[in-house]
Design a protein around this ligand. Structure first.
Ligand SMILES: Cc1cc2nc3c(=O)[nH]c(=O)nc-3n(C[C@H](O)[C@H](O)[C@H](O)COP(=O)(O)OP(=O)(O)OC[C@H]3O[C@@H](n4cnc5c(N)ncnc54)[C@H](O)[C@@H]3O)c2cc1C
Length: 600
């Protein structure tokens, strides 16, 4: 067929962009928290993951999912998972740039911040490979609890080489790790694990049972929990034993799950699989929690990276698409949506990088560790919960295109809920926050001190902190009310943390908009007054067209729409539902332009 129509008014492909330098929130946060020295490499990575070829690989890895083979053609058991070459290229690049373990291998100030940014850049474009990359990063603190195993495995884990072949570990110079805790009868409740380990008497243990979720089963080795006479214990279980024989680690099937299609998640059975004890027998949860702390942080970073992808794709589209005679970006209703998306993405980015910085130089130190303990759980709950709604709003900006699989946001929309489930789903994390506060009151003090760094900067923020304190006090005085109030208090703490960070670190317009839009979620007066100067000095065509000074003063005093002020999240509109107040507010529109220009 020829000449039926001309294609026009479609956005060009968003390729060959620099995903690092084009993301001011990430650039600013990395610099602020000590990772500025990594700027050159991050710029290189930003260019790499922004390339058309890399994006094409991300698509190929997700449209050609891994294939499991239990046996070879002669009937020998193989338990192999084959991946498209695009997947190997992506994970190879991520490992080459240290997205897995650069912060442990090359310890220096800002190393965790730089690694977090590297991880985010790769995860932004292809989240599936980020799962084994994250687990390989996260295994290090747990492995260190077993010095002999650490001596053998850490040099492989630190390697920048990627070698996917399963063979005798002694012949490998690199390794990828996974973790397997969840069983059919209990995931969050790992103490319900029925898998057992018996002492073989030669320094190894024989592990028998099953795991219901075991992601990246192609990995070289795993940390697993199993019951011993002393209680639940942690073991290192390799796929190949010294000498190269296959361990008794049998993949039953791959899960057909929500989220990316590039990563394999499996169900496995272990029949006297050989393992090595990590940490003390009976202290398995204590041992593996070191790994979980890191993967929780990576869930925050991964969700924040997803938010960045979402807003970047959305703003790209609306800057190129004309509807009703004008570019969408210039239409106030759309400018406000983009600003909302950017505020959320920016807050998540600052939060993730701030938490990564806790691990720099201050590993295990009192105040920082106490803050990280509580704040990581709080942020894991909130940032991961916000991800799905954020990606949904973003894909809607692309109209029908956003719903099609050839654009990346349909993929992102499926991905975001997964990070909320993994490493502690909503309730479990919220209850964990309560537990930490009750057992380690110093975590609350450290958290309050961090929030307090922005005290007096903004009246709405100050009011929000007061109401957060009231909630904390209520839970402290009436612990029985805790579980019922858990989500509410964690939401309040998360917003206080994000607002405090933005007030201290982000341009004034942006933090003001965030606080006005978000802090009222738990109910405070709307007599807002920012005590900071508006310091956003970035400009965009949109921002230049609408200046705050051009806004009639009576609009500046206009109160927020009352329906937006909620005293508690209702079940239907609990976390994930937008409660923004920017839309339809003329002053906010001017601010929105500044926020939107940071997204582009
Ligand atoms: C994509 C993906 C990959 C995964 N990969 C791995 C992996 O590699 N290794 C691994 O070990 N696991 C993995 N998991 C499993 C994941 O960690 C578990 O699914 C998760 O911990 C929840 O456990 P569960 O499924 O048993 O649900 P449950 O623990 O049964 O929880 C069900 C629901 O009940 C809630 N709940 C639980 N306890 C309470 C309570 N006391 N009060 C109120 N509510 C409660 C939870 O928040 C949840 O909403 C993966 C999961 C996903 C989605």
């Amino acid at each position: 067929m020829t000449g039926t129509h001309e294609v026009f008014n479609q956005a060009p492909a968003r390729v060959d962009v620099n995903e690092f330098t084009g993301n001011p929130a990430l650039v600013d946060a990395v610099t602020r928290y000590g990772g500025g020295w990594a700027e050159e490499e991050l710029t290189e990575i930003g260019a790499l993951v922004g390339r058309a070829e890399f994006q094409r690989d991300a698509e190929l890895a997700n449209t050609n999912p891994p294939v499991f083979s239990s046996h070879d053609r002669w009937g020998n058991r193989t338990d192999t998972v084959d991946f498209h070459p695009a997947y190997h290229r992506i994970i190879g690049d991520a490992v080459a740039h240290g997205a897995h373990t650069s912060c442990w291998a090359d310890i220096r100030p800002g190393a965790h911040v730089a690694r977090a940014a590297t991880f985010m850049l790769f995860a932004q474009v292809e989240p599936g490979h980020a799962c084994p990359v994250s687990m390989t990063h996260a295994v290090v603190p747990s492995l260190r609890l077993a010095p002999e195993l650490a001596q053998e495995w850490l040099p492989r884990v630190y390697s920048r080489g990627y070698d996917p072949e399963l063979r005798d570990p002694a012949t490998k110079s690199s390794a990828i790790f996974g973790m397997a805790m969840t069983e059919k009868q209990g995931g969050s409740d790992v103490r319900a694990n029925t898998t057992t380990a018996t002492d073989a008497g030669d320094g190894t243990w024989l592990i028998t049972g099953h795991k219901w979720f075991c992601s990246a089963p192609q990995s070289d080795a795993f940390l697993m929990l199993a019951q011993t006479e002393a209680g639940l214990s942690c073991f290192l279980v390799p796929r190949r034993l010294p000498g190269g024989a296959a361990n008794n680690f049998f993949i039953q099937r791959l899960k057909d799950k929500l989220g990316n299609k590039s990563n394999a998640s499996s169900e496995i059975e272990l029949d006297h699989a050989v393992g090595w004890l990590v940490g003390d027998a009976g202290r398995g949860v204590r041992t593996i929690i070191e790994m979980v702390n890191q993967t929780r942080l990576d869930c925050i970073l991964g969700s924040a990276a997803g938010m960045r992808q979402s807003v970047a794709e959305a703003v790209w589209h609306v800057r190129h698409r004309i509807a009703f005679g004008r570019l969408l970006i210039d239409q106030p209703a759309m400018t406000a949506v983009i600003a909302d998306l950017q505020l959320e993405a920016e807050a998540a980015t600052w939060t993730g990088i701030r938490l990564a910085a806790c691990w720099d130089g201050a590993e295990g130190s009192g105040e920082t560790a106490a803050f990280a303990r509580l704040a990581t759980a709080v942020a894991k709950y909130w940032v991961c919960k916000r991800g799905p709604q954020h990606s949904y709003e973003a894909l809607e900006c692309l109209g029908g295109n956003g719903s099609t699989e050839q654009f990346p946001l349909a993929r992102r929309y499926r991905e975001q809920p997964v990070m909320a489930i993994w490493e502690g789903s909503g309730n479990v994390i919220a209850l964990d926050v309560l537990r930490a506060m009750a057992r380690q009151p110093d975590t609350v003090d450290a958290f309050r001190r961090e929030i307090g760094l922005a005290a007096g900067e903004h009246s709405v923020f100050d009011d929000h902190v007061k109401s957060m304190d009231a909630l904390l006090g209520r839970i402290r005085d009436h612990p029985a009310d805790g579980p019922r109030l858990a989500r509410r208090v964690v939401e309040s703490m998360a917003l206080a943390l994000q607002a405090s960070l933005l007030l201290r670190e982000a341009p004034g317009n942006l933090s003001d908009a965030f606080i006005r839009a978000d802090c009222p979620r738990i109910g405070v007066r709307s007599t807002a007054r920012c005590r900071r100067a508006s310091t956003c000095n970035r400009s965009s065509p949109a921002a230049e067209r609408v200046r705050v000074s051009a806004v009639p003063p009576q609009w500046l005093r206009r109160r927020r729409r009352p329906t937006m002020i909620r005293t508690r999240p209702s079940p239907a509109s609990a976390p994930g539902t937008p409660s923004r107040t920017l839309r339809g507010n003329a002053r906010a529109f001017a601010v929105a332009c500044c926020c939107a220009c940071r997204a582009a």
